[in-house]
Design a protein around this ligand. Sequence first.
Ligand code: PLP
Length: 421
Amino acid sequence: MHTATKCIQSGYKPKNGEPRVAPLIQSTTYKYDDADMVAGLFDLKVAGHMYSRISNPTCGYLEEKITDMEGGVGAIALSSGQSASLFAVLNLASDGDHILCMSNLYGGTFNLFNTTLRKLGISFDFVNPNLSIEKMESYIKENTKAVFGETIGNPSLDVLDFEKVSTLAHRNGLPLIIDNTFATPHLCRPFEHGADIIIHSSTKYIDGHATCVGGLLVDSGKFDYTSGRFPEFTTADPSYHGLIYTEAFGNQAFIVKARVTLLRDLGAVMSPFNAYLTNLGAETLAVRMDRHCENALTIAKYLEKHPKIAWVNYPGLETSPSYKFTKKYLPKGASGIITFGVKGGVEAGKTVINSVKLATLVVHVGDLRTHLLHPASMTHRQLSAEDQIKAGVSADLIRLSVGIENVDDIIEDLNNALTNI
Ligand SMILES: *Cc1c(COP(=O)(O)O)cnc(C)c1O
């Protein structure tokens, strides 16, 4: 089935006489008749819910839907996109290990890696995604445990050269982690292009209504962790009486290990209520994404011709440096985020931000309303000027998250704001 069907039909499957709509199971606990069964749950010998820090049916419906849409073998719903990035890295790397990242990552991911995870002894290199494979390879060391990139960089909006980066990862025996937040599984399915692990901030398009902060960690089941480079997967875990993940769980070793160790210990779980709302939002993901793409392309083309606009960046424009990768990896559309600069720089940009009426100033992207912000003074404020440039954030850059309102109304609003300069 297509993703447009899966986002509606995958996940919750009612049995005879059960509710048609995925129910909210707002319960921390589950009742059992038999002590041995509960012992079996704790030993991971029996599948079932025991405590909602580890799993919950409503979270499970969302996890199954996204697993199916991405074409993976399992997923975990987490408290935020940040938790998903954290879990992806901590499930592979510990003190003394290294991760190779593209430099155009979301500012929050950069801070998590470069500040907090460095304190835990994990090191990172952030390389320009345009480097040749050989140049990138020179950053890979014996202790490197993964390569990390974004399908569409936030907010540089370059589309990842999946072929290059997955070749780099795999010929060095490393899994490729992809943040697929901006593309969503409707526009791009990274597992088909060599990704091994996907993370999402479901806060953005998957929820789509700006009601829930959430994250998803998805496992392709395709990476072989038995090479010797990932001993946590292939040697006994004393916290489960000597369990060996690759032997006990085969191609689900990554996602089961993340759930039963990281979620158990760190507790960054998505609440059932947020999973309920996020699942409801996800049901309309495909129609929303099609409309986001259509509106964004129309607006990008309009802005490109506007006399007060200095530059426009949208991966769906032929003038975008990423256009060849957009055609290859995002054939249905280039998502809903546009960046632009106005003539007159930062001050003129502020006038636009302060003059729009339909669009609002919101620290968010990817919900159904149109909004904009100024990354250099907001989302990427904590980065140094040099790191901002590396992340693709120029001082005059305005990030526009195009909503699914009538496109003529959005254009009229932008045009009125530009007239105020
Ligand atoms: C927002 C975002 C995140 C972080 O997600 P939260 O849900 O805010 O924790 C990670 N990656 C990208 C690309 C994002 O846009």
